[in-house]
Design a protein around this ligand. Structure first.
Ligand SMILES: NC(=O)c1ccc[n+]([C@@H]2O[C@H](COP(=O)([O-])OP(=O)(O)OC[C@H]3O[C@@H](n4cnc5c(N)ncnc54)[C@H](OP(=O)(O)O)[C@@H]3O)[C@@H](O)[C@H]2O)c1
Length: 343
């Protein structure tokens, strides 16, 4: 163990003990990561500080994206972490291609590498399958006049560029995000390099069992965003029907019994169920608790069964800004009939 790891073990978690997921390539990915989307209320500097603090308590997996607008602040922190004795192969660093760059994959990846101060990424994702630009922070009603539906041929042109990044050694793995079963089936049919993960919304009130089972059976690891139910998301991302995972009586009851915050129960359930949660927090006590719970005694079978029964089909990130036709409802983005929604 390096000196940096030994220090982390004293005041955090020994990174070597964190559960790992084995990807189809044989690579090991830490089964919990730190989210880095500060949204409206957390500055780039605060997120960068959290990355530094999280690495000090044992996190090795960081979920970044160009659109989060903070990769240039996180880069110097990665430099410090590496200078402090953590080796590059101990880190698992993810970035994502934004929607207005589907035709400029190499350029976007190189920009993220430069901002993050890295030679390669462990994982590069297509953030959304829709090539539709929207300005950061815009209202959910905002629609680009040029918005396009999912067109598989266009997506494959992007995916070919993603595959070329692997060939060039700029990224070790590629993956998808916000995909559906029918879109993934087409990608699996036509790809040369299969996605290693699919990043998807996953929390007790939105378990996506069919998509979860599909990706697992295809040898793709599900990575779960909004694992705590994103209680800090901006008003524009809330609708009156949204439910609150951390206020669910079952989650609260288990949390009280274990003496932890309900958020920790959501994270613990996620890891134990088999997905890789990427909770966001800039508070040391919270991100530390999220990491520590992956090592404590597992939830009892009856707790796991009780949480499995909490499904509310409550999608929080509905993606309205990606709609391409007037009068469409956000469900069209998610192929709910089992077919790709026609243009
Ligand atoms: N691929 C995609 O399209 C996509 C979409 C959305 C998100 N993501 C990724 O997923 C990450 C997580 O999603 P998210 O940030 O929306 O939601 P989240 O992780 O479900 O929720 C984050 C919120 O939970 C609170 N929290 C976390 N741990 C806690 C704890 N132990 N105790 C009490 N409160 C706790 C945090 O508050 P404090 O800071 O006060 O602790 C923060 O407000 C993002 O940061 C991003 O990296 C990806």
């Amino acid at each position: 163990m390096s000196d940096a790891n030994r220090t982390a073990a004293l005041d955090g978690v020994d990174p070597e003990l964190i559960p790992q997921r084995r990807l189809y390539t044989g690579a090991a990915m830490p089964a919990i990561g730190l989210g880095t989307f500060g949204s409206d209320h957390v500055t780039a500097g605060e997120v960068a500080e959290a990355v530094k603090g999280a690495a000090a308590v044992g996190y090795r997996h960081f979920d970044c994206a160009s659109v989060y607008g903070n990769e240039d602040r996180i880069g110097p922190v990665f430099r410090e972490i590496l200078d402090g004795g953590v080796t590059r192969d101990e880190l698992w660093i993810v970035s994502k291609l934004w929607n207005d760059k589907h035709d400029a994959v190499l350029e976007s990846c190189q920009k993220s590498l430069t901002d993050l101060g890295l030679d390669y990424l462990d994982m590069y994702l297509v953030h959304w399958p829709f090539p539709n630009f929207h300005p950061p922070g815009c209202s959910v009603e905002w629609h680009s006049p040029d918005a396009k539906p999912y067109v598989h041929e266009s997506f494959m042109r992007t995916w070919r560029q993603m595959e070329a990044l692997v060939d060039a050694g700029l990224v070790r793995h590629i993956g998808t995000s916000n995909m559906t079963v029918p879109k993934l089936k087409l990608l699996l049919r036509d790809c040369r390099i299969k996605p290693a993960i699919n990043e998807m919304e996953l929390h007790p009130h939105f378990q996506q069992q069919a998509l979860f089972d599909f990706v697992k059976s295809a040898g793709i690891e599900p990575v779960g965003y909004c694992p705590v139910g994103s209680p800090g998301r901006p008003e524009r991302d809330r609708t009156p029907d949204d439910t609150v995972d951390v206020e669910d009586p079952v989650i609260v009851r288990i949390a009280r019994r274990l003496g932890v915050h309900p958020a920790v129960v959501c994270v613990k359930w996620a890891v134990q169920r088999g997905q890789t949660p990427i909770p966001f927090s800039v508070k040391r006590g919270n991100y530390l608790a999220n990491l520590q719970c992956t090592l404590s005694e597992p939830l009892a079978d009856e707790d796991m069964r009780a949480i499995a029964g909490l499904e509310r089909n409550c999608r929080l990130i509905k993606g309205q800004v990606f709609l391409w036709k007037d009068g469409q409802s956000w469900e069209a983005l998610w192929d709910e009939d089992g077919e790709i929604t026609p243009p």
